[in-house]
Design a protein around this ligand. Structure first.
Ligand code: SAM
Length: 322
């Protein structure tokens, strides 16, 4: 990943760009994260982004946000619109944007306690926090900013960094149910990254929203990147369990409809998904629903079995309208 150097006689936009080139990266481990694909994505971004003509960036399935960090730090966008349906994730972005210092205090508290405990005590502590986290869900108003959000986000980050395999998983009732992971020294407080993320989020509008809402909000001269939950590539590999709402083929069709609709307004659009041809060379699902667009294939390493332990080299598809 390259970072553009700023010359001495830069104008205001470049000053702004310099201000945001801080080396931020995802602060949560997130299923389907795109960090490993960024080098390949660089060749697939629209030329208008590289020529600094695009100022607005939208990511309606932001997750861990790897592509947002890449785009915001390497190109001169002025506004980012980050949406996701997961309310704990959105709470985390909002707290980091607004109250990162207080969040750091809570995180240092968890870090100190956890690392001081014996292995048995760590286990008790993890399941105790998980239990409280799930009970507290009903006491949180996810709509309106509240001081209560800050310790909750500290718990989200703590659980994310200490849970099994970074599998941040919710059951059908919205409860977090991942078991404890086996980490000797989990990186619970990554202070410099959280500060960098907070700075970068100054340009962001963050919203809990269904992807369909982006149509209403999108401004002219925009680049939109869609990274929906994967269409499962085998019966056992259910990558769609991100959220209690699930994401079925019906939503994949609706997303294709949205893509076709936005294309007519001249926005630059990019979308990724798993390539069904990894399993069945005759499965033309995406080739059919995105038949009017360019489809590229990139290499990815993903777990494709149900227990998530085997990582295979597979293809992912990238659809673009340019
Ligand atoms: C593949 S992940 C995105 C990964 C992200 N690009 C990254 O690098 O970490 C898909 C995301 O879509 C979100 N999601 C699922 N259904 C959604 C919906 N209907 N509208 C908006 N977001 C949704 C999930 O919460 C999840 O964060």
């Amino acid at each position: 990943m390259s970072y553009i150097e700023v010359e001495e006689n830069d104008n205001k936009v470049e000053d702004l760009f310099y201000k945001y080139s801080v080396g931020a990266r995802p602060f949560l481990k997130w299923v389907g994260g795109k960090r490993q694909l960024l080098t390949q994505f660089e060749n697939l971004y629209p030329s208008e982004l590289k020529q600094k003509e695009i100022k607005n960036y939208y990511e309606p399935f932001v997750g861990g946000g790897a592509v947002f960090y890449d785009v915001a730090q390497n190109y001169e966008i002025k506004n980012a619109f980050l949406y996701d349906i997961n309310d704990e994730l959105i709470l985390s972005y909002k707290v980091i944007q607004k109250d990162v210092s207080k969040l750091l205090e809570f995180l240092y508290g968890y870090d100190k306690l956890y690392k001081h405990f014996s292995e048995i005590k760590q286990q008790e502590f993890y399941y105790d926090i998980r239990h409280k986290y799930n009970l507290d869900r009903s006491n949180i108003n996810y709509e309106k900013y509240d001081e209560k959000w800050i310790p909750r986000v500290a718990q989200t980050i703590f659980l994310n960094k200490t849970c099994f395999n970074g599998l941040f998983r919710f059951n059908s009732k919205g409860g977090f149910n991942s078991p404890q992971g086996n980490y000797k020294n989990p990186n619970i407080v990554d202070e410099s990254n959280l500060l960098n993320v907070s700075k970068l989020l100054e340009i962001a509008t963050i919203k809990k929203a269904d992807f369909r809402e982006v149509k209403r909000d999108v401004k002219d001269n925009s680049f939109l990147y869609f990274d929906p939950p994967y269409r499962p590539i085998s019966k056992s590999a259910s990558f769609t369990a991100y959220n209690k709402s699930g994401f079925s083929e019906f939503e994949q069709f609706q997303l294709a409809e949205l893509f076709i609709g936005l294309d007519k307004f001249g926005h630059k659009l990019m979308l990724s998904n798993s390539d069904p041809k990894n399993i069945d060379p005759n499965d033309n699902f995406f080739d059919n629903i995105y038949s009017n667009f360019k489809i590229s294939r990139v290499d990815a390493k993903r777990s494709i079995n149900s227990d998530g332990t085997k990582r295979n080299l597979i293809k992912e598809i990238v659809v673009t309208n340019y």
